[in-house]
Design a protein around this ligand. Structure first.
Ligand SMILES: Cc1cc2nc3c(=O)[nH]c(=O)nc-3n(C[C@H](O)[C@H](O)[C@H](O)COP(=O)(O)O)c2cc1C
Length: 160
């Protein structure tokens, strides 16, 4: 069974709730999921995972500093290409429309693409990944689950 690691930062709990919704969806698709606050994750655990999904609040149109620090530290995995070819993904909680949520999503995805990871897009809904304003509602929870399904299909295709 593929092991997927979700790494997130959340100060107020909105991003954590999205992480939990994505995790629930992935488990329903039969994947093994570990949720880690970014402050608690070890790079060995990241290297050992079959897939990685990153979640962050939007801070000043970008990911939160803790997530950027995590990405910077992931340079340890870059040399040997330990994430190359693995499925990546991202979700973001933001404060409002036009607040830079998509920029934050793109930054998270760009970090993963630079590692050589493969990231899914959503044809319908938030194309880059789940993006929520404030407290996740039913629409956001549905989107997180749909993202999990698309992500799980990518995992299955990559491991076929
Ligand atoms: C330091 C800081 C910077 C923020 N910058 C933005 C921003 O640029 N755009 C925006 O829409 N919301 C911004 N917000 C709001 C958060 O993205 C939003 O409240 C989010 O839901 C918080 O997620 P959390 O509950 O997981 O911590 C900011 C909040 C903080 C504390």
């Amino acid at each position: 069974m593929a092991k997927i690691l979700i790494v997130y930062y959340s100060h107020g709990g909105n991003t954590r709730k999205m992480a939990e919704a994505v995790a629930e969806g992935l488990r329903e698709e039969g994947l093994e999921v570990t949720l880690r606050r970014v402050a608690e994750v070890e790079m060995d655990e990241v290297a050992a995972a079959d897939g990685l999904i990153l979640g962050s609040p939007c801070y000043f149109g970008n990911m939160a500093a803790d997530m950027k620090r995590f990405l910077d530290e992931s340079i340890k995995l870059f040399g040997k290409g330990e994430l190359e070819g693995k499925p990546g993904g991202a979700f973001v909680s933001t404060g409002g429309i036009g607040g830079g949520g998509e920029l934050a999503l793109m930054s998270l995805l760009a970090g993963q693409l630079i590692h050589g990871m493969v990231v899914p897009g959503l044809r319908r809904g938030g194309h880059l990944g789940p993006l929520a304003i404030g407290e996740p509602d039913d629409r956001v929870r549905d989107e997180c689950r749909r993202y999990a399904t698309v992500y799980a299909n990518l995992v299955k295709r990559l491991s076929a």
